[in-house]
Design a protein around this ligand. Structure first.
Ligand SMILES: NC(=O)C1=CN([C@@H]2O[C@H](COP(=O)(O)OP(=O)(O)OC[C@H]3O[C@@H](n4cnc5c(N)ncnc54)[C@H](OP(=O)(O)O)[C@@H]3O)[C@@H](O)[C@H]2O)C=CC1
Ligand SMILES: CC(C)(CO)C(=O)C(=O)O
Length: 313
């Protein structure tokens, strides 16, 4: 299978590396110091599921040099979806499938508006990872799950084939009954996890242990669930509780990738997390006071390179 990874950072490097190690024809699309390191030293993955070093994995910043592929793993951040969508044009053949992984609920629609919805297979990733240094992906827990499926719920040969390729590579792939439900299920916890860990600069452990911050966490998730129910009328019940069954099993040191982004001086995806809770709440007449505070409080940090803390000295 010919696979291109558009945005071979934390997630793209992880899944692209596993697929390449399993013999798939993978090209990483990257840029800057990360691309230079990939070319000079190859890709390294540090992972409890097994470390990996691929010294000669193909990497480029030029999708035109790759040409049409079977699958594009579209793994840029939310704020790069539109520019990334335009950049992948030379890799789109008549049958190319483009699988997403972005947190939030809007990336697949924004991508589809540019490249055509029929090409897009929405996905949800459950895998904690970050780029520890250029060329090196640090995957910090056992889970490495990519759930994806056709937006209309059909189980097609293209999604089955790609699921089998990921499973053969030793990572986890799931075809759900309804990918839109899965997107919202994760969004209900992720929008809150991202904003609360980033705003407080704390891991999940202390936020979950303190009764007041836990209550705020739960209320923010319930707010998102109410918005979800207004947007997707057949969203199953009990999603907040189901997400807490996951949150309560995570290590104390778990935090959202958005906190890693803050610490690395990168841009934040907050407009697509708490920001989209607020935006969709307004659109559907559902009040979102908690996410409005979380979203607004993070605005001064969202463009990256956080201002010097007033009391840092
Ligand atoms: N990291 C995690 O633990 C998880 C992340 N997610 C979601 O997955 C998505 C990807 O996250 P993550 O992997 O952490 O992000 P990263 O920033 O690690 O990776 C994205 C990569 O895409 C590169 N990129 C963007 N545009 C281009 C371009 N035009 N050409 C070449 N390279 C490009 C970026 O380069 P540059 O750095 O120069 O911008 C970066 O290296 C996010 O939406 C996130 O919400 C979901 C679950 C877990
Ligand atoms: C919480 C985690 C790491 C789970 O996959 C995540 O999705 C993120 O923070 O982006």
């Amino acid at each position: 299978m010919k696979i291109a990874v558009m945005g071979a950072g934390a997630l793209g490097g992880y899944f692209g590396g596993r697929l390449a190690a399993a013999g798939q024809e993978v090209t990483l699309i990257a840029r800057g110091a990360h691309l230079a390191a990939l070319r000079a030293r190859g890709l390294k993955i540090l992972s409890p599921r097994g470390n990996l070093h691929l010294p000669a994995i193909p990497a480029t910043d030029d999708p035109g040099a790759v040409g049409p592929v079977d699958v594009i793993m579209f793994m840029v951040k939310n704020y790069d979806v539109e520019s990334g969508a335009r950049a992948i044009a030379p890799m789109l053949g008549p049958q190319t499938m483009v699988v997403t992984c972005q947190n939030g609920v809007s990336a697949h629609e924004r991508l589809g508006a540019i490249i055509g919805a029929r090409r897009v297979v929405p996905g949800v990733a459950r895998i904690p990872a970050h780029v520890a240094e250029p060329g090196v992906i640090d995957h910090s827990a056992m889970w490495d799950r990519l759930t994806f499926g056709e937006a209309d719920g059909r189980v097609t040969a293209r999604v089955e084939g790609f699921r089998d390729a990921i499973l053969a590579a030793g990572a986890t792939a799931v075809l759900p009954d309804n990918i839109l439900h899965d997107l919202w299920k994760k969004f209900i916890s992720q929008a809150t996890l991202a904003s609360m860990t980033t705003l407080t600069r704390l891991d999940l452990g202390p936020l979950r242990a303190n009764p007041d911050s836990r209550a705020l966490f739960v209320a923010a998730m319930e707010e998102t669930e109410r918005v979800g129910r207004a947007v997707v009328h057949d969203l199953p019940g009990g999603l907040v509780q189901k997400e807490w069954e996951i949150l309560d099993t995570l290590p104390d040191t778990m935090h959202a990738s958005m906190l890693d982004d803050l610490n690395a001086g990168k841009r934040l995806e907050v407009d697509y997390l708490s920001g989209d809770v607020v935006r969709l709440g307004r659109k559907h007449g559902v009040p979102t006071p908690i996410h409005n505070v979380l979203w607004a409080a993070l605005q001064p940090l969202k463009d990256g390179a956080p201002p010097r803390l007033a009391n840092a000295d």
